[in-house]
Design a protein around this ligand. Structure first.
Ligand code: SAH
Length: 244
């Protein structure tokens, strides 16, 4: 994915409006798989006190130079800057990057995770709010881990959150209402809409810990569960196998 055009950047427009006026229209999330949903725009500006346990643990676990991947309004970057960390924040949304700069993010870059503008190497890649989404689909795992290998300095780590979507399809007896022939149940497609601004559809991966670990292992990485949330969500640390 390259960066977005400003007229096809619904989440960025919502972030920009909220920053400049203190309010925003409805940020709608459309999917071919689920009923329409909504992201309350204020939650994209959450303070440390409003963050969940997974996010707080992740912020406490960072080390060295940090890349905040898909940083949005910059909520995590701003907290880390406050703590004295050196952080580069990237996002493909031009209006989000503009807003991050206006909010005081020292190094905000309009860049795709897969593009050279990310710089590096980094000791920590921070990927929060279903950070595994950027992997796109299970097919994207190889490209993702090769990119992580390029961006991480020796001894570096990825801190990422995700959720096992199994609960969406499980019936009362624990049987899955999902045919594996349809693909992997965590592969979701989304499209965002804000007022009249409609973004392009994109793939967004939710992955269970076991599937993630299998793929990581194939490309020379290991995973460690750092925290299990209350809603099938979790925080994982990914490191190279041969780093110790
Ligand atoms: N981390 C923020 C925002 C999460 S929303 C928070 O927790 O509040 C996901 C963000 O990832 C969006 O701002 C989206 O524009 C960005 N994004 C999606 N794909 C990306 C990619 N390939 N490279 C960089 N950023 C990406």
């Amino acid at each position: 994915m390259a960066t977005l055009k400003a007229d096809k950047d619904p989440m960025g427009q919502a972030i920009s409006d909220y920053f400049h006026t203190g309010k925003a229209k409805k940020l709608r999330v459309l999917s071919s798989m689920f009923d329409e949903d909504e992201i309350p725009v204020s939650t994209l500006f959450r303070s440390l006190e409003e963050m969940n346990d997974i996010e707080r643990k992740a912020l406490d676990a960072v080390q060295g130079r940090i890349l905040d991947v898909g940083a949005g309004s910059g909520c995590h970057t701003l907290e880390l800057q406050k703590r004295g960390h050196s952080v580069t924040a990237i996002d493909i949304s031009p209006l989000s990057v503009e807003t991050m700069r206006a909010r005081g993010v020292a190094d905000a870059r309009l860049a795709d995770f897969y593009a050279p503008e990310c710089g590096g190497p980094y000791h920590t890649l921070l990927m929060l709010m279903n950070g595994s989404g950027i992997i796109g689909t299970l097919q994207g795992m190889e490209r993702f881990f090769r990119r992580v290998d390029e961006l991480l300095s020796p001894g570096g780590q990825v801190l990422m959150d995700s959720s096992d979507l199994r609960y969406v399809y499980e019936d009362e007896d624990g049987q899955m209402d999902w045919d594996p022939e349809w693909g992997y149940y965590g592969e979701v497609d989304y499209r965002m809409q804000y007022g009249r601004i409609k973004g392009e559809p994109f793939d967004w991966l939710y992955v269970d810990m076991e599937t993630l670990s299998q793929h990581a292992g194939q490309y020379g990485f290991r995973t460690e569960m750092l925290h299990l949330g209350a809603h099938y969500d979790y925080l994982v640390r990914i490191t190279r196998k041969n780093d110790d």
